[in-house]
Design a protein around this ligand. Structure first.
Ligand SMILES: [Zn+2]
Ligand SMILES: [Zn+2]
Length: 247
């Protein structure tokens, strides 16, 4: 059975043309949204996807293009659908997700809502430890270097699709994934200007061996993306809203 991935957005944090880089991943009937940025509710609305058709959310780190839509999800599930959605979060991100990101809007002491658990069914994830989130659907979080001292994670889906989320270039990891795990698809964030600092730059990604490049789909890109079509070696841009099957 193949994994289906539909990017509800493919834009960089400041893109105005593309929605935030968030992915809807479906396997064996289970629908997982990887990251829920500020533009996620609107992107889903445009795609005519009801948020209660999503079975779980996975958060990679607490930048607004990855968590900015969570407050709306929390309120709509609590007061609209009156149920808790599964929220998969790397354990090292949990505390800051509440205290540094969501608490301002969601804390309501009068009602007794004082933690993430009052809104979501929280499932902590340990790095390097695969979790079967539904029958046959296995996710593994891999620590990535994005911003110093801010925990950020990439995700390995069913052992064959690597999803970088936001990370600096790490050719050793990509080569290992490809060679040892036979990871067949690499969805990677890509910044056009160099050096990348907090993201992999296109120039850096172009140093990957060509056989690995041919497995790479570029995402999290700026509004100038079209100028780079044909200039990405053997790598291709993933398009937002299009459905892809990864066998
Ligand atoms: Zn981002
Ligand atoms: Zn980020």
């Amino acid at each position: 059975m193949s994994l289906q991935i539909q990017m509800i957005g493919t834009g960089s944090a400041f893109s105005k043309k593309y929605y935030n880089n968030n992915a809807l991943v479906t396997y064996n009937g289970f629908v997982l949204l990887i990251d829920c940025g500020a533009t996620a509710p609107r992107a889903l609305h445009e795609l005519n996807i009801q948020i209660d058709s999503i079975d779980g959310l996975l958060i990679t780190h607490i930048h607004a293009d990855h968590v900015g839509g969570l407050e709306e999800f929390a309120f709509r599930f609590k007061y609209g659908y009156k149920k808790k959605m599964k929220l998969f979060v790397p354990s090292r991100v949990l505390e800051s997700l509440w205290n540094h990101s969501l608490r301002g809007g969601l804390e309501n002491k009068a009602e007794g809502f004082t933690s993430l658990h009052d809104y979501f069914e929280v499932v902590p994830l340990e790095e390097g430890s695969p979790s079967e989130i539904s029958p046959g659907f296995i996710i593994e979080t891999i620590r990535s270097e994005h911003i110093p001292d801010k925990p950020s994670y990439s995700v390995l889906l069913n052992n064959h699709v690597f999803y970088s989320a936001d990370t600096q270039f790490n050719p050793t990891l990509l080569t290992n994934l490809y060679d040892r795990h036979r990871c067949k698809y690499i969805l990677h964030d890509c910044q056009f200007s160099s050096p990348g600092f907090v993201h992999a730059s296109l120039e850096e990604l172009l140093t990957l061996p060509r056989h690995i490049q041919s497995s790479v789909f570029l995402m999290h890109y700026d509004d100038t993306m079209e100028q780079y079509i044909g200039k990405t070696g053997d790598m291709t841009f993933i398009e937002q809203h299009k459905c892809y099957e990864f066998e």
